[in-house]
Design a protein around this ligand. Structure first.
Ligand SMILES: *Cc1c(COP(=O)(O)O)cnc(C)c1O
Length: 403
């Protein structure tokens, strides 16, 4: 017998919950792609995305997922044999740099593990040691969705500047965009990549690459670029479909326009604050569960200042994580994220809670209460008061904003 008869809730770190408004906006006939309303609407999407990213330049939009954004960004700035330094704080940070290696770049990795952010001092020392200034690109992730680590991008920029190194700084904000603070130009980021299926609440299918001035310059000499991924004709188009190297993703654009309206109505700084508050509610719950014995349940990232506001990685005793996920899905209708290979030994001792995008207190508190029910039902030792603690975080937010 299961109680999971109601609206299912997807609490994985992407794709995120799609709002009814977004689904509704997509439910319409195919539009003309050579003239008319679609073109104006799409122009407004480019403008709003640039504004939300804090970018002077409009993004380039590809039909694709996050990996497509990774590849698009790399091939437009790199040539075969160029050196890239990958800053690794989890699986995604590694994956992006590894992709560059597969494309023919020469990659070095600075691996900081999966529980702390990039060490700016170590980065600075590495860059100072590169006397010939041969490193062309540095890749990093704002929030690594596998580990739950959130990096301090301005501190990384400061380290590059302190070493007076000319490398381009490229940032993956795929799970962070529209969830946690990010200011591309303000932080001196040369390329930012993201996708539509996380904070932007739209079905997977749109990849965004935001090039800065220096990246646009680098494009001129990049020899890895291929016609579909080339951002130049998409930026300097004459006919609208050239922006997409063919048919535009019409219905995704309808959905995204609605999602952007929702974000703008709420206000981006309020969106960021909501995510922060919901993240803190999750952390408060985990702290209570692990209070008695953290070997049974604990946050994977101990330092709160380097925790993502979009996803939380939770450690359990070996084997418990899959049991908790299965119980929640079957008995309560809430799907939690798998332990995405933070490393192979901890795979079955990790689950993730996605708390990004279209999310409010009942959705989140329901998830936390369901996890608690799983812990009780499965006989997993845990401290009490977790849902209370999470509710108190939410109550404090209401008080702090009404004052
Ligand atoms: C989701 C995600 C990706 C991968 O995106 P896909 O759409 O699955 O290709 C890469 N980096 C980060 C930080 C992500 O959150």
């Amino acid at each position: 017998m299961t109680l999971a008869h109601g609206r299912d809730h997807l609490a994985i770190p992407g794709p995120s919950v799609i709002p009814s408004r977004v689904l509704g906006a997509m439910h319409q006939p195919a539009p003309n792609i050579y003239g008319g309303a679609l073109i104006e609407m799409t122009e407004s999407i480019y403008r709003d995305l640039a504004m939300l990213a804090g970018s002077r330049h409009e993004p380039v939009i590809y039909i694709g997922n996050g990996h497509a954004a990774w590849e698009a960004s790399l091939v437009n700035v790199l040539s075969r044999g160029d050196r890239l330094l990958g800053l690794v704080t989890g699986r995604f940070g590694y994956g992006w740099a590894k992709m560059a290696e597969q494309l023919g770049a020469q990659c070095d990795y600075l691996d900081f593990g999966t529980r702390t952010g990039v060490d700016a001092g170590q980065l600075e020392a590495t860059l100072r040691a590169d006397r010939t200034r041969s490193i062309k690109v540095i890749t990093t992730v704002l929030s690594d969705t596998a580990s739950g680590v959130r990096n301090d991008i301005p501190a990384i920029r400061a380290a590059i500047d302190a070493a007076a190194h000319p490398a381009l700084l490229m940032v993956d904000a795929i799970c962070s965009f529209a969830c946690e603070p990010f200011d591309m130009d303000g932080a001196g980021v040369d390329v930012m990549v993201t996708g539509c299926q996380k904070g932007l609440m739209t079905p997977p299918g749109l990849a965004f690459v935001f090039p800065g001035d220096r990246a646009i310059e680098a494009r001129a000499s990049a020899d890895l670029v291929t016609p579909y991924w080339d951002w130049s004709p998409r930026r300097e188009y004459t006919m609208f479909p050239e922006r997409f190297c063919g048919t535009p993703p019409t219905h995704h654009l309808f959905g995204l326009r609605e999602a952007l309206d929702m974000l703008l109505e709420e206000g981006i700084s309020t969106v960021w604050r909501r995510h922060r508050t919901l993240a803190e509610a999750v952390w408060a719950a985990i702290e209570c569960w692990g209070a008695a014995d953290a070997s049974h349940i604990a946050s994977h990232v101990t330092d709160k200042t380097v925790r993502s506001h979009a996803v939380t990685t939770v450690m359990t005793a070996p084997g418990d994580a899959p049991r908790i996920r299965e119980w929640c899905e079957q008995e309560a209708g809430v799907t939690l994220g798998i332990g995405f290979a933070v490393d192979d030994t901890t795979k079955d001792a990790i689950f993730r809670i996605g708390h990004m995008g279209h999310l409010n207190p009942p959705m989140l508190l329901g998830t936390l209460a369901s996890i608690e029910a799983a812990l009780v039902s499965l006989g997993i030792s845990h401290g009490r008061g977790a849902v209370d603690a999470a509710a108190s975080v939410i109550a404090r937010y209401q008080v702090s904003v009404s004052r």
